[in-house]
Every structure is written in structure tokens, then in C-alpha cells.
Design a binder for this molecule. Structure first.
Ligand code: ATP
Ligand code: MG
Ligand code: MG
Length: 559
């Protein structure tokens, strides 16, 4: 769906194009750190980064921001690629910030030689304590004015296997009184003695985000570096390092020529979930969910497993738009998009989650009939399938009431109800066990009332779904609720673990699905009629079918 008005980002991009900046070239990038799986927040950034490139006939590259080996690995890289493809986007090149370690090192050496960087041997705590406050200047490090030669020697030492983590950092010598705290001699390099997933043991000191991101954009020729609002205060430093880089490359006189432009938009925050990678890691590592792709997780792989379509995720992101203000978006809005999209594509089938037996007493024993079932009334091209009718059926326990109120239009003794795609039946009674639990319901069918026949054309208020006892498969159905009990777990003072919803997973382990459903695989969208949207889970085998509930047919969360 095309948005009617331009987002503010698109407006800025169009201004740059009008001015002829960068020769009319548009190049963006999506820069994930391979330290976890992508979540729906990343999808918002992806839609923007790829969307702008697509719209203005440019290219969006991927750049793995892999400057901290302690949390990164190749498993994450592979899953990130898979998730972006699934969302429906195509990248140009795949780059890694680690490809630029050599260039960044050379740049750092140039900074040191120009007196623009120094090695600080204070502890991280001491350095933090000297930073000052936005209204008060910071204090100079005692190492701030050490000779260039000494800085060069120590920086080389930082990059040896003997260097002790935390013993030294390289800092830019900028301005300890700058009201922008990021200018108060920001750290450029720190020592990390952990093998890197791509460069192995080649490096012992690694650049910080601020000394890698803008430079990487510059090396690649990125024209618009779109990111989230928390990077607004970093932008002047981003530009400053690009200035230095251009100076080093002798491009001083062209300062206004090519340079990447950072533009920031508001992050996606969703109700009843968390998006911080640290918290998502805890949920997985502490076994509080079944993994990154647990269908309750806000991850792309979790949503895929749950049965969300990529189109519905994109529709949702398009509907919330991009602004300059932080907001908390309603999970119900995402679910509405999922519902709207799945309505168009899901195959309608029958499944009984909480079964009770219905015996059609006047239907001949041993007889069966193949009934036509329309796959999707929204899309006739999806065709039909057949469902077998017989004397003994499963229906939902909730669809029967012995002493029903007047407005109960389901099954109750003496009243007629329609069985979907089959006959009109009249309930005649039920059988109970010693403690009053209903074990069987009886009904009689009207042989002239088969769907499509003239006898079916009378007014019967309720239509129930059913499956034939002899022609169905047993299944486990996993039904999900909100992962957290509170609307905004990130704003809560309590530990986020205490806010988890202990009822977020309900397993129905005695369900019956029509035989046709047994062949449905993960990735095929289903609607269990009258219940909701579902998808086969990867745990499903031919011996044990497993389905996930994607979302209900209606918003049961509306207040
Ligand atoms: P964390 O801060 O929890 O480690 P991150 O945001 O740093 O996560 P990255 O892999 O660095 O994760 O993010 C890659 C890109 O996705 C960045 O450009 C970032 O701004 C964007 N992004 C991350 N989270 C969101 C979000 N909730 N909404 C929109 N964009 C996001
Ligand atoms: Mg990060
Ligand atoms: Mg980040």
C-alpha cells in the first residue's frame, strides 16, 4: 500500500535530490549488529532503509556492525539475512564493519599524528567521573597531553595479545567543555581479547560505534544514513569524524561534496512486549521462552513461526508511519493488520479444540458423504476441498448448552442448528457421566437440508463447525496470550521478569482437525473456522500434528 503523503525522511531525501547532492545518487544501508535476532523494531528500520532506496531508484546495502566480538557470531548473521529476505527486501551488497578495521586503524594513527587522539590509562570509572555534566565542563585526563610518539607506541601495544582489557583506551582529543557530551574526548578504541567471528585473532583493539559507523557509511558511499532518534546527539560527532576523514584524504576543499547524511526517526515500541536485545537474550538464555523463535517473541522469526505474514508486518509499519516523537504503539494494531491480511489468504478449515461427541442418530451407520468446502470465500481462485461427514462427529464443548438462554444460537435440545457445509440438525438430548460431565450429544438430521439443496434454505441462526470422528486427525494446538502482563514493561520499575504473563501459553492437547489439514506445512496460512488464524508449527510431525494460533478472528482485547 502506497502512503498518501511523504514521510519527513522522504521529504529530506527529495530536497537533497532537488539540490543535486551526491550527483542524484541514493544509497542507504541497514546496519544490524549480529548479536541477536531481528525484531519487529528492526523491521521498521528495514522498511525505511530499503523503502527509500527502492522508491528513489537507489540501493540499500547491508552492513553488519560487528565491532564488538564479545557478543557477535555467524549464527546471528545468517538468521538476519534470512529474516530480511522473508520480509521481502533485496539488498545490494553485504558489507561488514570489520572489513574496515584496517582503514579505521590507519585513520586512528593519522588522528594521533595530528595530535587529535591520545591513549588514556585511567579506569573506565575515572574517565566517566571526569566527563562532567551538560552544564559543567569536564576535567582533562592527566594523559591528555602526552607526546605523540608515546601515544603511537601505546596504541600499538593496545593491539597486542598481552594488552589487558580495560587498561587503556584511545580517545579523541576534542573538547572537554562542549555542551554536547559526545565531544568530551570520546573513546575511539578499547581492548577486547575475544576472537572475532570474521577476523579471528587479528585484532585486539576494536573501534567504538562512534568511530566506526559514520566512517563506514563514508567508505561505502552511503548518501542517507537513517537511524533512530537516540542518535541525534551523536550526529555532530558523526559529521566531525567525516570532516577529519575528508581532511586525511585531502578532500578538504570539497568538504561539502560527498558526505553521508544522518537522519533520525522514532523507534518502534510495542505494548505488552520488550524490544531491548539484552532483555530478549535473557528471555531466551534463562529459558523463560522456548527460543528466539518462540511465537510469543517480538522477533521476526517468532512472528513467522506464529503465522504472521510479511505483508501484514509491512502493512502495520506503513500504518504507524515515521515521526520525530517517541511513541508506544498498540499491539492490537499489529494484530489488526495480521487479521486483515490473513483474511485474504488463509485457507478455511475445520478444527475442534475442545471436543465433545455429537451422534447424528438418524444418519445411517457406516455411511459417509464428501461435502464441498470453499477454501476462501474472499478468493474464489483458491478453490475447494472436501470434508467427510458421518454419523459421529466432534464439535466444540462450548457450542452445546443443556439449559440455554434465549439468545444462545448454538446447540441446545429442541433447537435446530446448521452444521457447516453439511446438514441442519435438531438436538435431541445428551448423555452425562456420574459427575455430570457431558459425554455425548445426540441430534437428528434433516436429509433434505444438505448445503446447496433447497431444503437448506430456511432460517437457522447458528452454524457450527465439526469434524468426523473417523475422518480427522488428533492435534496439539498452542494458544498464546500477551507475553507481559503490563502495557509498557520497559517503563516499569520492577524487574521485567516479574512482569511476565504466567498464562501466556495454553496448550490444547486433545484437538481434532479435518484430515485435509494434516498436509499443511509451516508457511501455509490457515483459518480454523469460527476460532481464528493458525499455522502448522515446525514441531509438527506426521505422528503428532502441532498448530500455533496466530491471532483470533476478532480483537478480544478491545476495552
Ligand atoms: P539494542 O540497542 O537492544 O542492542 P539495537 O537497536 O542496537 O538493539 P542493532 O542491531 O544495532 O540493534 O539495530 C540495527 C538497526 O535497527 C539500527 O539502525 C537501529 O536504529 C534499528 N532499530 C533497532 N531497534 C529499533 C526499533 N525498536 N525501532 C526502529 N528501529 C530500530
Ligand atoms: Mg546494539
Ligand atoms: Mg544499535
Amino acid at each position: 500500500e502506497e502512503r498518501k503523503s511523504l514521510s519527513f525522511v522522504e521529504q529530506l531525501v527529495e530536497e537533497d535530490l532537488t539540490k543535486g547532492k551526491n550527483g542524484g545518487r541514493i544509497q542507504t544501508r541497514f546496519p544490524p549488529e549480529p548479536n541477536g535476532y531481528l525484531h519487529i523494531g528492526h523491521a521498521k528500520a528495514i522498511c525505511m532503509d530499503f523503502g527509500v532506496a527502492e522508491k528513489y531508484h537507489g540501493v540499500c546495502n547491508l552492513r553488519f556492525d560487528d565491532t564488538n566480538p564479545s557478543k557477535e557470531n555467524t549464527e546471528y548473521v545468517e538468521n538476519i539475512l534470512n529474516d530480511i529476505e522473508w520480509l521481502g527486501f533485496k539488498w545490494g551488497n553485504i558489507y561488514y564493519a570489520s572489513d574496515y578495521f584496517g582503514k579505521l586503524w590507519d585513520f586512528a594513527i593519522w588522528m594521533i599524528k595530528r595530535g587529535l587522539a591520545y591513549v588514556d590509562e585511567q579506569s573506565p570509572e575515572q574517565i566517566a567521573a571526569q566527563k562532567g555534566t551538560p552544564t559543567e565542563p569536564g576535567q582533562d585526563s592527566p594523559y591528555r597531553n602526552r607526546p605523540i610518539e608515546e601515544n603511537l607506541k601505546l596504541f600499538l601495544q593496545m593491539n597486542t595479545p598481552e594488552a589487558v582489557e580495560g587498561s587503556m583506551v584511545l580517545r579523541a582529543k576534542l573538547d572537554m567543555a562542549n555542551p554536547n557530551m559526545h565531544f568530551r574526548d570520546p573513546i575511539m578504541y578499547r581492548i577486547i581479547q575475544i576472537p572475532h567471528h570474521r577476523t579471528g585473532l587479528a585484532w585486539h583493539t576494536y573501534p567504538m560505534y562512534d568511530f566506526a559507523h559514520g566512517q563506514s557509511d563514508y567508505f561505502e558511499g552511503v548518501t542517507h544514513s537513517i537511524c533512530t532518534l537516540e542518535f541525534v546527539p551523536h550526529r555532530p560527532l558523526y559529521d566531525k569524524f567525516v570532516d577529519f576523514l575528508k581532511e586525511m584524504n585531502g578532500e578538504m576543499e570539497y568538504l561539502d561534496d560527498f558526505r553521508p547524511r544522518q537522519i533520525e526517526f522514532n523507534r518502534l515500541n510495542l505494548t505488552y512486549t520488550v524490544m531491548s536485545k539484552r532483555k530478549l537474550h535473557s528471555l531466551v538464555d534463562e529459558g523463560l521462552v522456548a527460543g528466539w523463535d518462540d511465537p510469543r517473541m517480538p522477533t521476526i522469526c517468532g512472528m513467522r513461526r506464529r503465522g504472521y505474514s510479511p505483508e501484514s508486518i509491512r502493512m502495520f509499519i506503513n500504518s504507524i508511519g515515521y515521526t520525530k516523537f517517541e511513541a508506544l504503539n498498540d499491539m492490537a494494531l499489529l494484530e489488526a493488520s495480521v487479521r486483515e491480511d490473513l483474511n485474504k489468504r488463509a485457507c478455511r478449515v475445520s478444527a475442534v479444540l475442545n471436543p465433545v461427541k455429537l451422534v447424528v442418530t438418524n444418519y445411517p451407520e457406516g455411511k459417509t458423504e464428501e461435502m464441498e468446502a470453499i477454501n476462501n470465500p474472499e478468493n474464489p481462485e483458491d478453490g475447494n476441498h472436501t470434508i467427510t461427514f458421518s454419523r459421529e462427529l466432534w464439535i466444540e464443548r462450548e457450542d452445546f448448552m443443556e439449559d440455554a438462554p434465549k439468545k444462545f444460537f448454538r446447540m441446545t435440545p429442541g433447537k435446530e442448528v446448521r452444521l457447516k457445509n453439511a446438514y441442519i440438525v435438531k438436538c435431541t438430548g445428551c448423555t452425562k457421566d456420574s459427575d455430570g460431565t457431558i459425554t455425548e450429544i445426540q441430534a437428528e438430521y434433516d436429509a433434505t437440508s444438505k448445503s446447496g439443496d433447497i431444503g437448506a434454505n430456511r432460517k437457522v441462526k447458528g452454524t457450527l463447525h465439526w469434524v468426523s470422528v473417523e475422518h480427522c486427525r488428533k492435534a496439539e494446538v498452542r494458544v498464546y496470550d500477551r507475553l507481559f502482563c503490563v502495557e509498557n514493561p520497559s517503563a516499569d520499575k520492577r524487574d521485567f521478569r516479574e512482569l511476565l504473563n504466567s498464562q501466556s501459553l495454553h496448550i490444547y492437547d486433545n484437538c481434532f482437525v479435518e484430515t485435509y489439514v494434516a498436509d499443511k506445512r509451516p508457511g501455509e496460512y490457515l483459518q480454523f473456522q469460527r476460532i481464528g488464524y493458525f499455522m502448522a508449527d515446525p514441531d509438527s510431525t506426521s505422528e503428532k500434528l502441532v498448530f500455533n494460533k496466530t491471532v483470533g478472528l476478532k480483537d478480544t482485547w478491545a476495552k
